[in-house]
Design a protein around this ligand. Structure first.
Ligand SMILES: [Ca+2]
Ligand SMILES: [Ca+2]
Ligand SMILES: [Ca+2]
Length: 218
């Protein structure tokens, strides 16, 4: 069974951005990591060559923010046929996503490609992980006013729904991805209520929420 995952995350690995810390035109810097998983415990026989898909900022329960996404690609995954993707509103919510709605053609999709099956990624349990590029979300509009927490906005990868989703190697076998490419958990933008510092459990989570977004903001 084939398995590769594209994960969008904050530079410190976090997944949560407190809307209370955001303002219009602010840039949120995110990282794109791809991980190839095999079945055995040896990760020196797992490798990545290419992947293709889109990125969207999806509003849940009314959403938290609108903004535009832009991507960049890191070497060696910037070889011929790589593409930072077209800037289009894929989901019709009024802001720009990256990629294409037409899965039958590769045109417009975000695509990374190395000239060879690359084994230089970071070894992780059961596979190999690669920092393939970065993503920027530029806030254009805050969808919530006041302090009442409502919806959330989820920023994530969407694999191209086609027979060719990428080329990678698992346990020494080179594969052309077909249904084996998926997205990790989304980066979530939502309003996180301030909590009392006298309540230890709550204060701890508040500290996590308030520190992680700052690492991801430039
Ligand atoms: Ca959006
Ligand atoms: Ca959109
Ligand atoms: Ca392996």
């Amino acid at each position: 069974m084939m398995s590769a995952v594209v994960d969008v995350r904050l530079p410190d690995g976090g997944k949560l951005i407190n809307l209370s810390n955001l303002k219009k035109n602010q840039i949120i810097k995110l990282e794109l990591w791809a991980t190839v998983f095999g079945k055995n415990t040896n990760n020196t026989d797992d490798a990545l060559q290419s992947l293709i898909g889109s990125f969207t900022s999806t509003n849940v329960s009314g959403g938290a923010t609108r903004g535009g996404l832009t991507a960049s690609i890191l070497g060696p995954f910037n070889a011929m046929a790589s593409n930072v993707g077209a800037s289009v509103d894929l989901d019709g919510d009024g802001d720009r996503d990256i990629g294409s709605k037409n899965a039958s053609l590769p045109d417009g999709f975000f695509a990374v490609r190395s000239n060879t099956l690359n084994r230089a990624g970071k070894g992780v349990a059961g596979g190999r992980s690669y920092h393939i590029g970065d993503l920027q979300f530029t806030v254009s509009e805050l969808l919530q006013t006041g302090t009442v927490a409502k919806g959330a906005t989820e920023i994530n990868f969407r694999p191209r729904a086609a027979s060719t989703q990428g080329v990678w190697m698992e346990d020494g076998v080179c594969l052309i991805g077909n249904g084996g490419l998926s997205a990790g958990a989304p980066v979530v933008v939502k309003r996180v209520a301030a909590t009392s510092p006298t309540s230890s459990g709550m204060a701890k989570s508040a500290a996590v929420f308030s520190s992680k977004p700052i690492d991801g903001l430039v």
